[in-house]
Unconditional design. Sequence first.
Length: 175
Amino acid sequence: MDTEKAKMIRGDLFIAADSTLAEDRRSARELTKQFNDMTQSESPEAKAVMKQLLGAIGEDCLIEMPFRCDYGYNIRIGDNVQMNFNCVFLDGCPITIGNRVFLAPNVQLYTASHPLDPEVRSSGLGIGKPITIEDDVWLCGNVVVVPGVTIGRGAVIGAGSVVTKDVPPMCVYAR
């Protein structure tokens, strides 16, 4: 039988209040609090916490505090990624960030969603889709990326944009 965690990561309907998932969220909160309470994001201690929290993190990455996520283990970050203050990742499904990606302040990546049918939604089920950000992308300030989006290599997403569909490589998207 599938676990709720496996269903969640796969993007199937899952019970959001599942005890294992609740414990995973609690663990992620503890690690993000530990990270956010530090004064130097580039310190060996801060890097060690992020290596423990995230599914993978590349070389020469800078993640500024504060940072928030649901689980951490579904986040994979490439090399030379810079994330500015106040990034929020709802990572029920995988979030993959390529190399040399810039995330400005207040970038929010949401893989989590809810069923559209109100009866199903009120039953406590969650659903999601992965987000992929390819190499050399720049997400400007206050960008929100919704579930299921892929942002192509070299794209620039304008400040305040809400990205609801895939963005082709090497283009500017502002909405």
